[in-house]
Design a protein around this ligand. Structure first.
Ligand SMILES: C[S@@+](CC[C@H](N)C(=O)[O-])C[C@H]1O[C@@H](n2cnc3c(N)ncnc32)[C@H](O)[C@@H]1O
Length: 311
């Protein structure tokens, strides 16, 4: 069962369906140990080479090379995961926050702590960040007269970049040590605010005070805490957004059921009067995150458009 799963991940990478760094992260998670991950990679490469699939073989050789260049990756991914796993078990339905879990994770690696698929590599994380910001630019979310609130800003990689193209960037997070790294990164940039939040709501912010609310890989923790906490953050995002403002959620949950996430977003969007612009689309080359882009509207929306995410 496990070996079939491992082969499936490596074959996805060989076909070019999964970014190589994401594939490495996934086999590190699925394998019993580093040796099993390596054996699978070598075996699949061997069979692909025998089958004469040049492109696929080149991708797998690049994957092995990437692992060579990030020798710390296996240990980092598994250590971060162990801590998150205990948090995952412990937080459950309670109101306890993720702050202490992420305080520990950021000490292992500020890069892997916010994006495991970076394998702890600053260059990979930078490429992923730049790609997301580029997409936000294409979707017309940025602008010198606009303001952004990021829920779960972690080490501040987005607020730092967005503040260069926007009037104000505010990042909130429940983890003090994440914010310490973010403050050091953003020192000297005066249109950035970094705030430790309760994790329960956005009560610190007034109505209609932002043009964009961004949440990258933070909703899965809200969803895990409770469905109500996630729903409350969507209602709150609507409240703090100006009419026409956008909520961009990158990854809504980690339950691995894209259709369930799309249906849940469609239901919540209808309840809170958000128009769906993107409902769980794949947009990135360096990351397999799903994009949910909602726009605050003040008119009644046809139900069909909400279900499909199409006008
Ligand atoms: C995987 S990290 C992603 C950080 C950042 N968005 C990025 O992509 O670089 C998730 C972050 O969400 C934060 N977080 C979890 N639950 C939260 C909540 N209820 N409110 C605010 N932040 C939260 C964690 O402390 C952590 O910094």
């Amino acid at each position: 069962m496990r070996s079939a799963r491992l082969r499936e991940i490596v074959l996805d990478c060989a076909r070019g369906d999964l970014p190589l760094n994401v594939g490495l992260m996934q086999i590190f998670i699925a394998a019993a140990d580093a040796a099993e991950a390596e054996r699978t990679l070598t075996a699949v490469l061997g069979s692909v080479e025998r089958g004469g699939a040049q492109g696929a073989a080149a991708r797998l050789r690049a994957m092995i090379e990437l692992w060579r260049r990030t020798p710390q990756a296996y240990g980092m991914v598994t250590s971060v995961l162990q801590i998150e796993h205990r948090g995952w078990e412990g937080v459950g339905e309670s109101q306890a926050d993720w702050g202490s879990v992420f305080d520990r994770v950021v000490e292992i690696s500020p890069e892997a702590g916010v994006a495991l698929y970076s394998l702890g590599s600053p260059a990979l994380l930078e490429a992923a960040t730049a790609e997301i910001v580029e997409r936000m630019r294409e979707w017309n979310l940025l602008g010198e007269d606009r303001t952004v609130l990021e829920i779960g800003c972690g080490t501040g990689r987005f607020v730092e970049k967005l503040a260069r193209e926007m009037r104000l960037g505010v990042g909130i997070d429940v983890a003090q040590k994440m914010l310490d790294v973010a403050r050091a990164r953003c020192a000297g940039i005066d249109n950035i605010g970094l705030v430790r939040s309760s994790g329960r709501d956005l009560a610190a912010f007034g109505d209609a005070s932002f043009d964009v609310v961004l949440a990258v890989d933070s909703f899965p923790y809200l969803v895990r805490s409770s469905a109500e906490r996630a729903a409350r953050h969507i209602r709150e995002a609507r409240r703090v957004l100006r009419p026409g403002g956008s909520l961009l959620i990158l990854n809504f949950s980690y339950r691995g059921d894209v259709d369930a996430d799309r249906a849940e977003i469609a239901r919540l969007a209808t309840e809170t009067q958000f128009e769906i612009c993107r409902n769980g689309t794949r947009e990135f080359a360096v990351w397999d995150g799903l994009a949910f882009l909602l726009r605050r509207t003040d008119r009644k929306l046809p139900e069909h458009a909400q279900r499909t995410g199409r006008p």
